[in-house]
Design a protein around this ligand. Structure first.
Ligand code: SAM
Length: 283
C-alpha cells in the first residue's frame, strides 16, 4: 500500500468529489428519516496542506488553493457555496491553518442526531490517524478493514434505511475497475435503496467506458455519471480528469451536479477544462 492521500488532498479531483459529496449529503438531509454513510476508503479525514508531503506535489494549489483565493461572495461560486463554507470553517477551527477536510470529515459535519458514519481504511497508520480524529464520537465507527469485504459485511446499515456508500479507491491495483463492478453490484443487492457513489480517475477514455459497459451488462439501472477533465485524455500517464458514477442519485442531482461542474470548469485547469453529465442507464 504505497498510496497516501496527503500528496493529493485538495487537488482538482478532490474538489470535484467533495463538492458533489456535500450536495449528496444535503439531499439526504432533506428528509427527516435517519441516514447512514459507509465511506469505504476513508483516508485520514483531515489533511495538513502545509505538510512536506502536500507541498511536495503542490497539487492543492491548483485545486482548493485557487478557489480559496477567490472572494467568498463571488456570485458564480453559488453551487460550491456549502462545501467552500465547510472548508473555510474547518480552517477557522484550526486557527487559520491550511487544514483540508476529506470525505469522512465532510460527512461528519452533515450528520444529524441519530445519523451515522462508518469508515473503512486499510492503511495501518492512516486508520490510526482516523481513529484519533473521531475518538469518543458515538456517531462514527472506524474499521481497519478491506473496503470490498466491508461492502458485504457492513451493508445494509444497522441504524438507518437510507444512506450513501462512497467508494473512493486509490487505483493502485490493475483489477480496480473489475473489483468496483462487483462492489457496486453487492452494495446495491444488500442496500437497494442506498445511493452508491464511485470515484474514478480518467487517464484515458477506455477503462471508465469499459466499467460502464460491465455495469450495464450486470443489469444495473439508474446510473448517472459526472466527469471533470482538465485536459484531453491523451497521455495515460497523467490524471487528466476524474469522474463520479452514482447509482440511485437523488432527484435532480443531474442538474445540481452540472452546475457544480460548470463552476469548477471556470476556475480549475488551464483553459481546457470540460465537464460531462450523462445518464449511463436511466431509472
Ligand atoms: N475518501 C478520501 C477522501 O476523499 O478524503 C480519500 C481516500 S484515498 C483516495 C484512498 C484511501 O483508501 C487511502 O487512504 C488508502 O490507504 C485506502 N485504501 C487503499 N486500499 C484500500 C482497501 N482495499 N480498503 C480500504 N481502504 C483502502
Amino acid at each position: 500500500m504505497n498510496y497516501r492521500h496527503v500528496y493529493h488532498a485538495g487537488n482538482f479531483a478532490d474538489c470535484m468529489k467533495h463538492a458533489l459529496l456535500t450536495t449528496l449529503l444535503r439531499a439526504l438531509s432533506r428528509k427527516n428519516t435517519l441516514f447512514s454513510v459507509l465511506d469505504t476508503h476513508a483516508g485520514i479525514g483531515l489533511y495538513d496542506l502545509s505538510s512536506p508531503q502536500a507541498e511536495a506535489t503542490g497539487e492543492w494549489r491548483e485545486g482548493i488553493g485557487r478557489l480559496l483565493d477567490l472572494p467568498s461572495d463571488t456570485p458564480d461560486l453559488e453551487p460550491l457555496k456549502d462545501w467552500l463554507a465547510l472548508v473555510r470553517q474547518v480552517m477557522k477551527e484550526y486557527a487559520g491553518k491550511m487544514v483540508y477536510p476529506g470525505s469522512p470529515e465532510i460527512v461528519l459535519r452533515a450528520l444529524r442526531p441519530g445519523d451515522s458514519l462508518v469508515c473503512c481504511e486499510l492503511h495501518p497508520e492512516d486508520q490510526r490517524a482516523l481513529r484519533r480524529l473521531f475518538h469518543n464520537n458515538p456517531a462514527v465507527s472506524v474499521h481497519h478493514r478491506d473496503a470490498y469485504e466491508a461492502v458485504t459485511a457492513l451493508l445494509p446499515p444497522k441504524t438507518a434505511k437510507r444512506g450513501l456508500v462512497l467508494i473512493d479507491p486509490p487505483f493502485e491495483e490493475r483489477s480496480e475497475f473489475t473489483d468496483l463492478v462487483k462492489a457496486v453490484t453487492t452494495a446495491r443487492q444488500r442496500f437497494p435503496t442506498g445511493i452508491v457513489a464511485v470515484w474514478y480517475p480518467i487517464k484515458h477514455r477506455s477503462p471508465p467506458r469499459a466499467f460502464f459497459h460491465a455495469l450495464q451488462d450486470a443489469g444495473h439501472r439508474n446510473l448517472l455519471n459526472l466527469e471533470l477533465s482538465i485536459r484531453p485524455p491523451l497521455d495515460p500517464g497523467l490524471l487528466n480528469g476524474c469522474g463520479l458514477l452514482i447509482a440511485n442519485p437523488p432527484f435532480k442531482f443531474d442538474e445540481e451536479g452540472a452546475a457544480i461542474l460548470s463552476t469548477l470548469c471556470k476556475y480549475l485547469g488551464d483553459g481546457n477544462t470540460e465537464s460531462l453529465v450523462e445518464w449511463i442507464v436511466p431509472e
